[in-house]
Design a protein around this ligand. Sequence first.
Ligand code: SAH
Length: 382
Amino acid sequence: MECMQDIETIEEINVREDIDETEKINETEDIGAEEKIDICSLNYNELAEEIHALGEQPFRSRQIYEWLHVKLVGSFDEMTNLSKSFREKLSKTYEIPQMELAERQISKADPTEKFLFGLGDGNMIESVLMRHPYGNSVCVSSQAGCRMGCRFCASAIGGRKRDLAPSEMLRQVYQIQKLTKERVSHVVVMGTGEPLDNYDNFVRFIQMISDERGLHISQRNITASTCGIVPNMYRLALEGFQITLALSLHGSTQEKRRKLMPVAEKYGLSEVLKACDDYFQKTGRRVTFEYSLIAGVNDTAEDVRELTAILKPRNCHLNLIPVNPVTERKYRRPDRKNACVFKNKLEKNGINVTIRRERGSDIDGACGQLRRRYAAADGRTR
Ligand code: SAH
């Protein structure tokens, strides 16, 4: 009996192995058919490993990285120093994600342009180019939509659709540089989305955009803004970056901040401030605080007092942003005079403060407004 059982078991196993083999083949076919590797999200070392595994010489990975991240090509066919057969081989395993320009708005008020890009899956993202005397700065989106829910922000309406891949953050800068034929020297991660809610991809983006083998944008010219996801602020301080961290403060007390920013329920004001202090201690980079001025909500004499108490002991900078009216939101900005009075009082108290000059106000200036308007006109939710 024992022997019989053994035979049966062996036959069973053989059958199972057959099934497994068939499944494996199907899986491989599926992967081959659908999921190619996003070659533009691979950093230099990863690309080198991939190319080595393909049995190619190391200089090939240097060439490919240069095509992708310096010459900014959008297809393998443009890589003319690679043989046709190698390009074909690459395109079987890898893809260069496409990003189509859907709309470009040029401001008449100042040298600002806004770009709406369509991603491969139909999601839309927006990016802004701001020309300054010191160079061109691109405001990059880190997610399609946002789930942080700040009450005054257009990007929060509709929630988060998905995280952006490193390549999709990079390509916003690449496309703008290609379209304008002007060098981008500065980056602000202040578009749609919360970078610290897409931490790994955001960190990889910073590494790759500042890599000397790529566009080599100085980390000192990069600012990333967060609504205050405390654990990831501590992580960021340990990455060894020289980027500026901006904290969206917007409320002068925990109570006021909580009303404007749901994230403050989870990470209270004192915790967020401690994380900012840690960032300064670890990196030596002065933190910027952002404060959207909303008439009658956070622009009172009491707010001046509370803000002074928070910021006076800190080596920091305060940026006041008169709130951009968003169609779906009820908040108003204070008039120019009141905004200046608010700023002057803070300055008198010894706070390092500026009012952010409004840019592109005639072109759906506020975060996420172009994307919202496009979604509404198109009847889409994306
Ligand atoms: N998620 C990041 C990046 C957001 S956008 C963050 O919260 O910091 C960059 C800045 O613009 C943030 O300070 C954000 O709060 C602010 N902002 C968003 N909508 C605004 C509006 N309608 N008017 C003024 N500032 C706004």
